[in-house]
Design a protein around this ligand. Structure first.
Ligand code: UDP
Ligand code: MG
Length: 316
């Protein structure tokens, strides 16, 4: 099979028939063999019955339906597990992404050899309150992930080589960073294609401004995981040692001052009035905590079923 189109959706009943016929038109024009996987994320607006109606007339349509709303990432993840096409295309269900981009995305994966091609909504039809923070968000994501050529990490329209989606796990709200997940999984050939974007025709956006706060927190998590995920002691041990060193120097300073004061008649040193006393206490306790966190981290990674999963390029 050439293409699997994976569509996460939450309350998009009005858009679905139009989206389905648009995708069908493009696929038939180009003669692709394909499947459309609707990932219904617990919609409450009758989206599921619309999908069932579409599937009744078209064998290309498949559906995985959550019994409650889990989020876009879990929906994508389930779609990825089921996708059989050589190229997997993801797109939003709200008609903001154009299926006309599919043939070129397919070509870039199959002919140009990209592992992943991400859409770039260069001209966006979204409110300013969204486009400006998005620019900042993308600049940070570029810097942290080291994927310098991407302008639009969170574009819903993306294409993947099938193998890529089978090796990444999209959970929580990590759909914003799929290129980073792919890079961490060992897929480095990541490209970009400018895509048309349209204003939302039906319904309303499912993400509020909290997307930016959560987005930054997720980025910090991913960065940490990619740097220290399998060796947490390397960071916590270092921080713990630094803290101990600070604590040790402070303790020696307090003791020295105390001994000097004991030998002197004119000067009395109160240990508990010295800043070094409190510094030594705080630094020792924090140092110990860093170390213990490192040990617990090591125990957790040791038990992770993923701990020895490597992406092997060649083996002979
Ligand atoms: N979506 C989803 N589950 C959710 C929220 C959103 O499957 O909990 C889908 C939604 O139906 C749409 C896509 O994710 O197909 C992108 O959502 P939306 O258009 O609201 O995001 P925006 O375009 O505003 O970034
Ligand atoms: Mg949208």
């Amino acid at each position: 099979m050439d293409i699997s189109v994976v569509i996460p959706l939450y309350n998009e009943a009005e858009s679905l028939p139009e989206l389905h016929s648009w995708i069908t038109r493009v696929m038939e024009q180009k003669g692709f063999s394909y499947e459309i996987i609707f990932c219904n994320d617990g919609s409450t607006d009758g989206s599921l019955s619309v999908i069932k109606r579409l599937a009744g007339d078209d064998d290309h349509v498949h559906c995985v339906s959550f019994s409650r709303n889990y989020g876009k990432s879990p929906a994508l993840n389930e779609g990825f597990r089921r996708a059989k096409g050589d190229v997997v295309i993801t797109m939003d269900a709200d008609l903001q992404d154009s299926p006309d981009e599919i043939p070129e995305l397919y070509r870039m994966i199959m002919k140009d050899g990209f592992d992943l091609v991400s859409g770039w909504k260069k001209k966006r039809y979204d409110p300013l309150s969204k486009t400006i923070p998005t620019k900042l968000f993308n600049a940070t994501a570029r810097k942290v992930s080291g994927i310098k050529n991407l302008h639009d990490f969170n574009c819903g329209l993306k294409a993947y080589r099938n193998e890529v989606v089978k090796h990444i796990e999209v959970y929580g709200d990590m759909h914003r960073y799929i290129p980073y997940l792919a890079k961490n999984a060992g897929y480095k050939k990541i490209g970009e294609k400018e895509v048309h974007h349209q204003a939302r025709k039906y319904g309303s956006t499912k993400f509020g401004l909290d997307r930016f706060v959560n987005g930054y927190l997720d980025l910090a998590t991913l960065w940490f995981q990619s740097k220290f995920g399998i060796k947490p002691m390397h960071i916590f041990g270092l921080l713990g040692s630094l803290m101990f060193l600070v604590g040790f120097i402070a303790t020696v300073t307090v003791l020295t001052l105390k001994i000097i004061s004991m030998c002197s008649d004119s000067y009395y040193f109160y240990v508990t009035k010295s800043v070094y006393f409190y510094l030594s206490l705080a630094a020792m306790i924090m140092g110990l905590q860093f170390f213990l966190t490192g040990f617990i981290g090591e125990l957790i990674t040791r038990n992770s079923p993923e701990r020895n999963n490597y992406l092997i390029g060649e083996d002979w």
